[in-house]
Structure formats: structure tokens, C-alpha cells
Write a protein that binds this ligand. Structure first.
Ligand code: ATP
Length: 235
């Protein structure tokens, strides 16, 4: 569904990614893990047209989308949930969801879609009129995922689903992503600090070190790999 081939990219003429190869198949949950500063977020920025891909190619559903603008990628069916919160705290849950479809003028369609999203997130449905700034960390993250679903993406890039969440909320969030894969057919590419949980959740994983893929395999295989365990999972 998504493929990176030999992607070289970085900042201000300085390469951070030195030829990244990665693929995500339809219906998969794929996790990118690796040490701080290894280039995980830079991979997302390269996919999402936020930095220029200097060499190599990004393709989505067999279409070359290298360095395509974010709004065009969104139209093509890929949404991104960034690491930093993008929720508008002084707007309600409902209004935040509306913003996920601000380009669509058909109010009835927007309302229908919001109701579909609220069916997927019962906790948000109960809080639809509440200011988003008063939501708990887990509810806020759920709202960001819900909003990214507004335009019916087929794939979501999610930068650290667990950021700021306790272990139990992280588990709930991961369960939600699995559910979305099953009920809405969403394919996920995730970045996670929490490598062990991410590899337990994911079908497959990629370990990125110093801007290249050092290991790849099923989540289970990576969890069982001695070197990966020593380097990232605390032995
Ligand atoms: N806008 C930028 N300008 C210059 N250098 C940058 C910029 N953004 C990131 N970098 C550098 O690129 C390298 C990779 O950063 P990146 O954010 O991709 O790592 P990461 O693996 O996502 O790290 P973390 O796990 O800490 O979030 C780092 O050395 C970082 O300092």
C-alpha cells in the first residue's frame, strides 16, 4: 500500500535518512521503533511532504507521491496524527471533529460523519459538547484519531500514539487502533518510543538506527531477536 525505496532526506542540506526502505501492506499495523534522534519522525516528514525527499521514492497504492503536499496526500487517503497536540482547547469535541472536514461545505454530510466517528468513540460521544481542553490525555488523543478519520482515510500515520499516556491508557489506545483496523479497515504506520508495547501490537516492525533500517520482521520476531532485545528492550 505504502512503499519507501532508498529514501534520502534531511534538513538544510544535511541528510538524516540515508536510504530507507520500508513497506506497509493493506490492513497491517506496522511500527517504527528505534533510539531517540535516529530519524523516526523524519521518516514521517519525508512521507508526508513536510521535508523534501532528496533521493529515492515514496509510493502509495502504486502512485508516486514523493514530496507531495500534505493536503494532496490527505485527498489521496493518508492522514497523519502528529506527536504534538493539535486539539483546539477552547472548542468543543464536536467542533474539533468538524475541523477535520473543514473543506467540505455539505453540513449534513459533516454531521453524518461526526456521528459515525462518535459511534466509534463512545467516551467522546458522551463528551461531545465539552471543551476539548478539559478532556483527559487519553480522550484528547482519541479525539485526534477521531478527527483524522473524518475524511475517511485508508491509512493513518501516527506519531507516538502513547505520548503522555499511562501504561493502561496506552493499552486502551492500542486496542482502539486494532478495533479501527477491523471495523473501519484502516492501515496504520506508527512511531513508538514504547518499543515493547508497539512490537506486541504491530504485525511488523522496523528498527531505525542512525537513519537506516537496521532490523525488520514481524513484531514477534523482533521481540525475540537478541540484538533488538539488548539494544531497545532492556535485555
Ligand atoms: N527541523 C530540523 N532541523 C534540523 N535538524 C532536525 C530537525 N528535525 C530533526 N532534526 C534532527 O534530525 C535527527 C532525527 O530526528 P527525528 O526527530 O527524526 O528523530 P526520532 O527518531 O523521531 O527521535 P525521537 O525518538 O527523539 O522523537 C535528530 O538529530 C534531530 O536533531
Amino acid at each position: 500500500m505504502l512503499a519507501l525505496k532508498g529514501v534520502v532526506a534531511g534538513y538544510g542540506g544535511f541528510d538524516i535518512l540515508h536510504g530507507v526502505d520500508l513497506e506497509v501492506r493493506r490492513g497491517e499495523i506496522v511500527a517504527i521503533v528505534g533510539p531517540n534522534g535516529s530519524g523516526k519522525s523524519t521518516v514521517f516528514k519525508a512521507i508526508y511532504g513536510l521535508i523534501k525527499v532528496r533521493l529515492g521514492e515514496v509510493s502509495f497504492e502504486h502512485q508516486n507521491v514523493t514530496s507531495m503536499q500534505p493536503q494532496d496526500l490527505l485527498r489521496a487517503g493518508i492522514a497523519m496524527v502528529p506527536q504534538l497536540s493539535t486539539i483546539f482547547p477552547s472548542m468543543s469535541v464536536y467542533e474539533n471533529l468538524e475541523l477535520g472536514m473543514y473543506l467540505v461545505r455539505d453540513k449534513a454530510r459533516v454531521k453524518r460523519r461526526i456521528n459515525e466517528i462518535l459511534d466509534l468513540f463512545p467516551r467522546l460521544a458522551e463528551r461531545r459538547g465539552q471543551y476539548a481542553g478539559t478532556l483527559s490525555g487519553g480522550e484528547r488523543r482519541a479525539l485526534e484519531v477521531g478527527r483524522s478519520l473524518m475524511l475517511n482515510p485508508r491509512m493513518i500515520l501516527m506519531d507516538e500514539p502513547s505520548v503522555g499516556l499511562s501504561p493502561i491508557l496506552t493499552k486502551n489506545m492500542f486496542e482502539k487502533l486494532r478495533e479501527l483496523r477491523t471495523v473501519a479497515g484502516i492501515t496504520f504506520l506508527l512511531i513508538e518510543q514504547n518499543a515493547r508495547s508497539a512490537l506486541e501490537l504491530a504485525d511488523r516492525g522496523y528498527v531505525i538506527q542512525r537513519g537506516v533500517v537496521s532490523h525488520t520482521g514481524t513484531g514477534l520476531a523482533l521481540l525475540g531477536d537478541d540484538e533488538v532485545r539488548r539494544s531497545f528492550l532492556g535485555g
